[in-house]
Design a protein around this ligand. Sequence first.
Ligand code: SAH
Length: 237
Amino acid sequence: MLKRASDAGLLDVQLHNIRDYAAGKHQVTDDYPYGGGGGMVMKPEPVFAAVEAVLGIGAQSADYQSPVTNHPIPIVLLTPQGRVFNQRVAYELAQHERVALICGRYEGFDERIREHLATDEISIGDFVLTGGELAALVVVDAVIRLKPGALGDPEGASDDSHASGLLEYPHYTRPPEFRGWGVPEVLLSGDHAKVDRWRREQALRRTWLRRPDMLAAVELSQTDRKLLDTLRHVVDK
Ligand code: SAH
């Protein structure tokens, strides 16, 4: 899908090696942590230099210090300490024409990068990777499929799990019977209103069973509430 989006001109990913912006013969990008302890820390100079060169910002005025306060392109630090990535954050990023993603390595970044260069910090989950590249790919993939035209079906992303605040209803395709397992009758009925109702019920049921935490944040109709009450009732018994 990313290749297709890129061929269609919807996506342009430019990779930049921070090392290319590091000074000196050895182009060092990391150094020992002040205060001791294990691991290496990414130095501020090459990361600032890379982002400023790539985005064409900085150094224009004598009093320029950092892009944080006055730059319109989100400069996102990928870090396990960031706000946890989800569909809402993906929508947010999809509103932007350009996004800069900074991938760390080693023990992470010199704190001044977080304070004075990044405008946002994103974690893709409560686990620690060896580098930010896979996290960046996850973000790019989730964001690009929200761009109009990136998915074959323009409605494709609106029913997705998490898009509506609910997990998505189950899908079936042909054949109507596989190893003796059928397809819910309603899906073969051709009755669109009935199908819609069934899908809503299934989405609610799944979310309630698997991710009850999500229900608290979702807008529910009276019919939805009734259904959930019935589910609770059935399970209580
Ligand atoms: N010592 C750091 C972790 C460094 S992991 C800490 O405890 O916060 C090395 C790099 O991998 C990070 O700089 C970041 O860019 C990336 N990374 C690791 N886990 C990540 C996650 N859950 N989400 C996004 N990026 C992550």
